[in-house]
Design a protein around this ligand. Structure first.
Ligand SMILES: NC(=O)c1ccc[n+]([C@@H]2O[C@H](COP(=O)([O-])OP(=O)(O)OC[C@H]3O[C@@H](n4cnc5c(N)ncnc54)[C@H](OP(=O)(O)O)[C@@H]3O)[C@@H](O)[C@H]2O)c1
Length: 290
């Protein structure tokens, strides 16, 4: 796909993979709609795009709120009259064993990561079908293929995203509307600034830059694949997990479970998992380390 004058809507565009994707699309001449919950952060990204000769729109929107997503689609279609690429990227994780996460924390991850993607898809898909063109890119994770201790609710939201995307893709066969998932391994972004991650080592040496993933997002718009795993070598690990789960799952489970035993716990006062969590001194080790 050529990007010049295309309309690209990116959720979670105020930092990390979303911001880097906005820059890459803008470099290629696309018009960009930046979506996030804080207007000031979106305006900072918009300033970085000002050197490219494109149109931009900043939309303050919490994708977990369906009325706000409806308003977002109205704003986009009023301004541009079309949408060519929807990048469902907004997402977050809370780190900790299921026994320590409140129901509201678990729900909040599903509301943003899964239902946020559903609300955006439902509001923009009719226009794509009317145009008979468009590409939905869902930013999942390798956690869509591995149920990992410490981020089980997050994994569930990404597994759900994968299943929904695969089913929708089948439904859209015969139209010119495509669906592709981009599933990276660990990426160096603000994702790990959530207080629940404070006991974790910051990044693994194999972690990716947001720009690397953004380039994969652009490539995905020209791909006929369901899922693009970044880096592609990790596809082998996903294959091994599905082919030999009885060997691979115990190895992964025991390696990652050990980290949970030293985790600090967090109390939650509302369903907003991204902002309502305060550190507590309670130590948690609901899982045995081996
Ligand atoms: N970093 C990794 O290792 C990694 C690996 C695999 C997959 N991913 C996925 O990549 C995506 C982007 O994450 P990132 O690594 O770039 O993290 P990030 O830097 O924390 O970016 C997350 C973005 O999502 C936005 N956001 C969060 N909740 C939102 C909501 N309810 N409504 C609208 N926007 C919301 C944030 O902006 P505001 O807070 O201002 O709203 C921010 O722009 C996520 O879906 C994540 O699951 C990340």
């Amino acid at each position: 796909m050529k990007f010049k004058n295309k309309v690209v809507v990116i959720t979670g565009a105020s930092s990390g993979i979303g911001e880097a994707s906005a820059i890459e699309f803008a470099k290629n001449g696309a018009n960009i709609v930046l979506v996030g919950r804080k207007k000031s952060k979106l305006i900072d990204v918009e300033k970085k795009l000002s050197k490219y000769k494109i149109s931009t729109l900043c939309c303050e929107c919490d994708v977990s709120q369906k009325t706000q997503v409806k308003e977002l689609s109205n704003q986009v279609l009023d301004k541009f009259g079309r949408i060519d690429i929807l990048v469902n990227n907004a997402g977050f994780a809370i780190y900790g064993p299921v026994s320590d996460q409140s129901i509201e924390e678990i729900e909040s991850q599903m509301h943003t990561n899964y239902f946020g993607m559903i609300y955006c898809t439902k509001n923009f898909l009719p226009k794509m079908l009317e145009q008979n063109s468009g590409h939905i890119i869902n930013v999942a994770s390798v956690a869509a293929s591995f149920g990992l201790p410490g981020i089980a609710p997050y994994c569930a939201s990404k597994f759900a995203m994968l299943g929904f995307s695969e089913g929708l893709r089948h439904e859209l066969k015969g139209t010119n509307v495509k669906v592709t998932i981009v599933s990276p391994i660990m990426v160096r972004t603000n994702f790990f600034d959530h207080p629940s991650f404070s006991s974790m080592p910051k990044y693994s040496p194999a972690s990716l830059s947001a720009k690397t993933v953004a380039k994969a997002v652009l490539r995905a718009t020209n791909s006929s694949r369901l899922e693009i795993i970044v880096p592609s070598v990790v596809r082998g690990a996903v294959w091994a997990k599905h082919t030999f789960p009885f060997i691979v799952n115990p190895i992964i489970g025991s390696a990652i479970r050990k980290r949970l035993s030293s985790k600090t716990s967090y109390s939650s006062s509302s369903g907003d998992g991204a902002s309502a969590l305060e550190p507590t001194s309670k130590s948690s080790s609901s899982f045995n380390s081996n």
